[in-house]
Design a protein around this ligand. Structure first.
Ligand code: ATR
Length: 279
């Protein structure tokens, strides 16, 4: 006699931002759902600045239980949440919302996604010195995770020195972290150099110097696709191992998915599928 099969649990989820058409999140979360044996309805919804509360209301009315948030809404997401994680408070931005009885809870999974991807690549931040180029939202989202993963020292360099200094001060209790302007480069050699500027979207690399890299050091660009190409090309010329941020994208999605469903997906096959389809 056949047993009635258990009903598949279904989750309604969405990513909000503007522009949003290019988002890979629906594809990534659908693949995670297949791994988990869960029915995932995840779509990308265009939401310009100032419209997130209304858009989330629509999602909740449809039975939605979670959302990812991307530019330009990450700060707005933090402001309208009824509870926020300590990482969100520190970063001033959120990328993951979960519906609770008391409203939306905000978290940020970018830092955990980056650390997981660095570990996958054999570049664990534990005990190493790190240069971060850029001090915008991307850096704010990863700094606490890098320090909490045990980075020995983090130096942030930015075109606008004051932003780097402020970000370092806001994280000083977590470890050794210093902010400065690009004029302080190359600074002392680091084990890992991260590009967290948005220059790649304009076909440009941030200032890079051979002296920034210790022997055996690697480079990781938080961008992926064509936006990572300028940094990867410079590193290839120099013989420096370099990686783009596609693994961080999948890694942050995996942490969000676990937040909503309790299932921790394996990023590896999803990363492989995206990499095969890439650009
Ligand atoms: P994100 O949220 O992706 O970090 P952002 O907050 O706009 O985007 O930050 C972009 C980063 O790239 C910042 O560090 C920015 O430097 P400033 O703080 O000086 O603006 C950096 N960036 C953007 N355009 C740049 C340029 N033309 N030259 C140097 N740095 C640039």
């Amino acid at each position: 006699m056949s047993q009635p099969s258990a009903p598949t649990r279904a989750y309604r989820l969405a990513v909000f931002g503007a522009p949003i058409k290019q988002s890979k999140s629906p594809l990534i979360h659908t693949m995670f759902g297949q791994q988990a044996g869960l029915e995932i309805h995840y779509d990308a919804r265009e939401a310009p600045a100032g419209t997130l509360a209304e858009a989330l209301g629509v999602l909740a009315a449809e039975g939605g239980v979670g959302a990812n948030i991307t530019a330009p809404l990450k700060q707005e997401a933090m402001r309208l949440a009824t509870s926020v994680s300590s990482r969100v408070r520190r970063a001033g931005a959120a990328n993951t919302l979960s519906l609770t009885e008391n409203g939306w809870r905000a978290d940020t999974t970018d830092g955990a996604g980056l650390v997981a991807d660095l570990e996958r690549l054999g570049l664990s931040p534990g005990g190493v010195s790190i240069h971060i180029l850029g001090a915008g939202g991307a850096t704010a989202g990863i700094l606490a995770a890098l320090l909490e993963a045990g980075a020995r020292r983090v130096d942030i360099y930015n075109r606008t020195a004051a932003t780097a200094v402020a970000l370092a001060e806001a994280h000083a209790d977590l470890g050794e972290v210093k902010g400065q302007g690009f004029d302080a480069l190359p600074g002392r050699a680091a084990d890992l150099v991260l590009n967290a500027t948005s220059l790649g979207h304009h076909g440009q690399a941030p200032p890079l110097h051979r002296e920034m890299f210790a022997n055996g050091a690697a480079c990781y660009d938080l961008n992926y696709g064509t936006a990572a190409a300028p940094v990867l090309a410079w590193c290839a010329e120099q013989g420096i191992p370099a990686f783009d941020g596609l693994g961080m994208l999948v890694g942050q999605a995996a942490v969000s998915f676990e937040t909503w469903t309790g299932f921790r997906p394996d990023p590896a096959p999803v990363l492989q599928a995206l990499g095969d389809a890439e650009f």
